[in-house]
Design a protein around this ligand. Structure first.
Ligand code: PFF
Length: 453
């Protein structure tokens, strides 16, 4: 058991898990979901989902991973041999694979925007130009595919290089840098003329906007943003050392992740209102708003506009890559551990499969946009299916597994490091896993289907 590779330090574990959690979900998806669902009221429900479902389920996934010392695909079979629980692990692997497919497309967009920033493509343009620029690019049949391939190859390389050198080191450098830049940009955005309307949208809840969709959207966003519900963090936890404090790590990851999401909102909305971009612009929101922020906030100092825009997209790409790495790792570790492929062969299979899913998702925004499933193009349908259904279902099963199935000596042992730590939150934690999370998640599904009231 002890031969398994592990993160080099406890902080390394926090950084790697936070690296997985903080990504496009915070900077790209959180603002557009907030915009689509009416602003502040959505954020309140989101925060509720993070603290009520998210943190306990994260500790549960850590428990499953560290105890089994196996990737998610194998962890359930290891802890509950011969039972159907193994299907929950397989569901997680499938979910991660699908997410990686379309997530890599958006990660690829960040590379195009680095290129644009470097070559001065943002200067001297109007808001309308940025919209046209994004549409031309994202609907182009080939250009996004080149960047998609680039992202998948970078991810592939880091995953093959392994856990300690690849994943841990890269996260340790990138996370603090991203933090600093996000704070700086939020300050710039809030000081733009007309930014107050954006702040109001973000901070003043209108409870009449609380529809069932808001609850489903906020729950899906919480799972997506925290990398929960598909065994990603349980796979990482299988590399945790025996001294890692699971509760503290979960709290650290949850706080960092929420902080970056809220700050991203503070960057996007004041700027969007300031330049007259609709907050419900959807997936294009950050790609049309941010170039505006750079040009307007630093209008008199073009060098600063240039440096900040390059730095921002570089860090966004890096944040995306620490997440694509974690998504890739779930499928690679599964193929490696379950079917005994070498890690590099497993990684080749995953990269190739994701390239196919990515190509389909990318074309769905352009050439194939007329093809719809339940009124959504394939890109949106994949996002809906994975984030709003598969992740919450996976999270619910993880809660039930640890809350009801797993031996309580193990459950308590993992959060207290077998007696070395106090975990005063233990009774609340178990109560949430047993009742609050599964019932809450089910109610949100039932509510969405219109079966409540
Ligand atoms: N949490 C990542 C983000 O917010 O960008 C996305 C993600 C990574 C989702 C890993 C799920 C996952 F397992």
């Amino acid at each position: 058991m002890s031969e398994r590779v592990s993160f080099g330090s406890r902080m390394g574990a926090v950084f790697a898990a936070a690296g997985s959690a903080v990504g496009l979900g915070n900077v790209w998806r959180f603002p557009y979901e907030t915009g689509n669902h009416g602003g502040a009221a959505f954020i309140l429900v989101y925060l509720g989902c993070v603290f009520i479902f998210g943190l306990p389920i994260m500790i549960a996934e850590f428990t499953i991973g560290r105890r089994s010392k196996a990737c998610t695909g194998g962890a359930y079979s290891m802890l509950a041999p011969g039972t159907p629980w193994r299907w929950v692990g397989y569901l997680g692997v499938l979910t991660g694979f699908l997410i990686l497919g379309y997530y890599s497309v958006v990660s690829g967009w960040t590379l195009e925007y680095i290129w644009q920033a470097l070559t001065g493509g943002f200067s001297g343009k109007t808001s309308g130009d940025y919209v046209a620029m994004f549409q031309d690019f994202s609907q182009h049949p080939f250009r996004p595919l080149v960047w998609l391939l680039a992202i998948l190859l970078i991810t592939h390389f880091v995953v093959v290089k392994g856990v300690k050198d690849g994943i841990e080191k890269s996260s340790k450098i990138m996370m603090p840098l991203l933090f600093v830049l996000v704070i700086l940009l939020a300050v710039c955005s809030v000081s733009l003329p007309g930014a107050e309307k954006g702040l109001e949208f973000l901070l003043k809840p209108d409870f009449s906007k609380l529809t069932p969709d808001v609850f489903l959207g906020a729950m899906g966003q919480a799972f997506f943003s925290l990398s929960l519900g598909m065994g990603c963090l349980s796979t990482y936890a299988s590399y945790f050392g025996s001294k890692t404090n699971l509760g503290k790590t979960a709290m650290g990851v949850g706080l960092i992740d929420t902080f970056v999401a809220v700050l991203s909102g503070l960057i996007i909305f004041p700027a969007a209102f300031s330049v007259g971009i609709q907050p419900d612009a959807g997936p294009s929101l950050i790609f049309i708003t941010l170039p505006n922020v750079f040009q307007q906030a630093f209008a008199g100092i073009p060098v600063l506009a240039y440096v900040c825009s390059v730095a921002f997209y570089v860090l966004l790409a890096l944040a995306a890559i620490t997440s694509t790495i974690s998504l890739h790792e779930v499928s690679t570790a599964f193929l490696h551990e379950k079917f005994h492929f070498t890690r590099s062969r497993a990684a080749v299979l995953v990269t190739s499969g994701c390239m196919l899913v990515g190509i389909v998702s990318s074309l769905a925004l352009g050439e194939w946009s007329a093809f719809k499933i339940c009124g959504m193009n394939i890109f949106d349908a994949l996002d809906f299916l994975t984030a709003k259904i598969m992740l919450p279902v996976g999270g619910m099963f993880a809660a039930v597994f640890v809350g009801w199935y797993l031996d309580k000596k193990i459950v308590r042992g993992e959060v207290t490091n077998y007696g070395l730590l106090k975990a005063p939150y233990y009774p609340i934690y178990v109560c949430i896993l047993r009742f609050v999370a599964p019932i809450g998640i089910l109610l949100i599904f039932v509510n969405e289907l219109g079966l409540l009231g």
